[in-house]
Ligand binder design. Sequence first.
Ligand SMILES: [Zn+2]
Length: 452
Amino acid sequence: MDTIITNATVVTVQSWDPVVLTGYDVLIDGGVIQSVAPTDPSHVEGAKEVIPGDSYLVMPGMINTHHHLYQSLTRGLASVQNEPLFGWLTALYEKWRYLNYEAVKVAASVSIAELLLSGCTTTSDHFYIFPAESGLRIEAVLDAADELGIRIHACRGSMSVGKSKGGLPPDSCVENEATILEDSLRAVEAFHDASPYSMRRIDLAPCSPFSVSSELLRDTLSLARSNNLLLHTHAAETIDEQNYCLERFKRRPIEFLADHGWLGEDVYLAHCVHLNESEMDLLVETQTGIAHCPCSNMRLGSGIPPIAGLLERGAKVGIGVDGSSSNDGGHMHAEARQALLLQRVLGGASAMTTGRAFRLATVGGAAVLGRQRLGKVEPMMAADLVMYRKDDIAFAGAVAQDPIGALMLCHPPRPDCVMVDGRIVVKDGHLAHIDERALASSLNDLVRKAFR
Ligand SMILES: [Zn+2]
């Protein structure tokens, strides 16, 4: 046995219900949980590493279903701090056209560091901008994920309809469609690992209805389906997007996607803020995944998505922090808390229970990303674990009442330890293998030089 965590308080989900297991040992071997059982001294025999768990709450690593890791480069940009989505994007494209390998890798490393330090062990990344002449490829993100040790769904994103053809992005930020499809296939062949405990999958992800063509949506869908890949895009985020789709296509965003076959178990959509009743039913019927990004929706003033209503109908929902330029926090655990609070603004105090928020951040995200071996602390699940100290001041009082309530209602502290694939990536509240301050300084230097 590689590792055993002894006598811990484990908070997990059994079937669909959050549970608290007090005084349990978690046995880990080969990156996989082998046993979760009442503590017993015989369990430590032969273990290479013993972590005394008496002081810890142990929960499954959280799963972030939507991000743009490179956006740390333009986090907090002064000129767009008060802009809605379209104004915000229009200004940011002018910064993002200068992306290159180094900038994206450093920015992605910062974003991943924040995720790990907030209890997230798996992230999706929607990387959709490959400026002409930059030579930029998805490797910039994959290299950062490898170095920091996070599990990733790296979406090969795309934009092909520039301003001259009626799209929102400038022509300098869009790619030729043949190049997009060719490079998507290259990335899949080089990097996609479909195995159950895979650390790296490639999903395909045209950016939005206002930056790609019908042809690219259809070709991407057929490339994904012939290679068993997930599909991802933004949808129904703002009223501006809805108006764009109504004017240009005479369809609402979800109708537009449905017309292109873009709904189903292998599709997940970021936002889904502006839905009517029949669109909600359609997302549930097709089991299309939804990445709910509450902070970004608040930051850009996009609206409040009807998540409680979707969950009551049986929708497949996870949580996403969204890119660092529209959620300047990038904190996965805080995002789950924010999801709970925002639904209560919309639907009252019972609209989002603590158990429901816990599920969204763990098994909900695993379902959206089609990952049956993630999101729970139980045998045969990946050893992706987050350990919080029970005596952290942020939990004081609450943890003695109800550990699930403490985790979802209190302001989340830094975890003491985070494990991905059985390897410790956060230790004593800090990144185990990377100098956090040096990383932050590298990003600040890059921003000062080229992204202000
Ligand atoms: Zn996004």
